[in-house]
Write a protein that binds this ligand. Structure first.
Ligand code: SF4
Length: 474
């Protein structure tokens, strides 16, 4: 039996989705390269489904995008349009069953769906389907979405999507493949990102992040607005405001803090630029006398640059990350497992010896990585270690698609900042305050901050609130 080894304290359960409408192009290869650009959003399974207007074909498996697809199997995915998915999940045995896209045959022809996010009323929707005699293969809310659409009434897929959307509560950024073409759909709260762009070669594409659209040569990129259904086409996009946007919106702050690639635009703002501003705010809010500022790579690099600029303390590398270790199914030996973090990071002693070091990190979730990381710095000779975090303490689980675990697993849920500081072995520790974080993001409202405040933007089913994310699969 295999199990997933987690080497770090980063949240999982994000996914990346892509949709392509380009009848004169090799859509499977385009989807492949877009998924490649979204690999950071999920590294445990990948899939692509294509349709030629009649028949749909699919290839999906566990592993990285580069492991799942070969030139041969991509060649067999011929079609006029395509959707793809890259996912993160929690257990080895269920990974393949829950890999996406979900593809089923319906009375209206093939239907395939890739989903990023998590519904908060999955239990009620599942009960409704089971009572109608519909069988379910998995615990996934994405399967529920697929089966509900398959059973929906309406003269077109656009109509069926529009009439089903009000029943879904929570986070859903979807790309949907049908005989009629590809649709991009975003929930009315706007939790997860989704953008569309025009392909220079003709046609349109949709993807979780704008970086993937740029990778495949898109221009005129814009975000799918909350509540919109957009049908991709060869000419102008067909845009339907299927549901009124919820006011205020509830965009996920954590996309800026950690998930999105720095070269993506999210909510009209450069993720890289916002991360630099998070560092500036940290330097203003929690200054400290020190000799060097270092990031925990990669997501904290822009914030460390911002902190260094604002504080006047020189920026340098302290950790070198093995970028290829990712998630692995190979179990390390016990002694290697104990080294944990060292498998992923080495330190540059010459930049740390006898120095007072400010370490910038994006978040502390379970608190099992910071301690070993800071120990590496001490072993390399750092004489002081000051830890600065670019968001507030995470005190509540996320029910909208990010796996922070349960309350019990969240270190800040049951420990004070002073206790966490002692636990990780820092000389000082500071979490950026909510107002300063929002100042860096550039908006006071319109974002979900439930993991920092416990105030959810929508009611969560009691079953889901009780179990956190354990029973839901992205
Ligand atoms: S709870 Fe946190 S991680 Fe989840 S959607 Fe809200 S901001 Fe994002």
């Amino acid at each position: 039996m295999t199990e997933t080894i987690r080497f770090d304290d980063r949240p999982g359960e994000e996914c990346g989705v892509v949709g392509i409408f380009a009848p004169s192009e090799d859509v499977a290869s385009m989807a492949y390269f877009a998924l490649f650009a979204l690999q950071h959003r999920g590294q445990e399974a990948a899939g692509i489904a294509v349709c030629d207007g009649e028949t749909a074909r699919i290839r999906k498996d566990t592993g990285l995008v580069s492991q799942v697809f070969t030139p041969e199997n991509l060649r067999s995915l011929r079609g006029r349009y395509a959707i793809g998915h890259t996912r993160y999940s929690t257990t080895g045995s269920s990974v393949l069953r829950n890999a996406q896209p979900f593809l089923i045959e319906t009375r209206y022809g093939p239907l395939a769906i890739s989903h990023n996010g998590n519904l908060v009323n999955t239990y009620a929707l599942r009960r409704g389907l089971l009572q109608k005699g519909v069988g379910l293969l998995s615990s996934s809310d994405s399967e529920v979405i697929t089966l509900m659409l398959a059973g929906a009434e309406g003269a077109s897929w656009e109509e069926r999507i529009r009439t089903t959307m009000p029943k879904w509560r929570g986070a859903y950024s979807l790309v949907i493949l049908t005989r009629e073409g590809v649709f991009a759909v975003r929930d009315p709260w706007g939790f997860r990102p989704l953008s569309v762009g025009r392909l220079k070669s003709g046609g349109h594409a949709a993807a979780s992040e704008s970086c993937a659209l740029r990778t495949i040569g898109c221009e005129a990129i814009r975000e799918v607005k909350p509540g919109e259904v957009i049908r991709l086409s060869n000419t102008a996009l067909s845009v339907l405001q299927a549901l009124p946007p919820v006011e205020p919106s509830a965009l996920c702050t954590f996309e800026h803090i950690y998930f999105s690639r720095p070269d993506s635009i999210w909510d009209g703002r450069s993720v890289h630029h916002i991360r630099q501003r998070l560092g500036v705010e940290l330097a203003r809010e929690a200054p400290v006398e020190a000799d060097v500022v270092i990031p925990v790579p990669d997501s904290s690099i822009p914030a460390a640059i911002g902190y260094a600029r604002e504080s006047g303390i020189p920026y340098n590398d302290g950790f070198i990350k093995n970028r290829y270790i990712g998630r692995t199914f190979i179990e390390p030996t016990d002694s290697l497992r104990k080294q944990g973090v060292a498998l992923k990071f080495n330190v540059l002693e010459e930049n740390l010896r006898d120095r007072r070091v400010v370490v910038i990190d994006d978040s502390i979730v379970r608190g099992n990585t910071s301690g070993p990381l800071l120990r590496l710095l001490r072993e390399a000779g750092a004489c002081e270690v000051h830890l600065r975090i670019t968001c507030p303490p995470i005190v509540s689980p996320c029910h909208m698609g990010v796996d922070f675990g349960t309350c019990e697993e969240l270190i800040a849920h049951h420990r004070t900042v002073e206790e966490i500081c002692r636990h990780v072995g820092a000389d000082t520790l500071h979490f950026l305050s909510l107002p300063s974080m929002m100042r860096a993001i550039g908006r006071a409202t319109g974002y979900c901050n439930a993991c920092y405040t416990g105030a959810y933007p929508l009611d969560v089913e009691p079953e889901q609130a009780k179990t956190g994310f354990e029973n839901s699969i992205c």
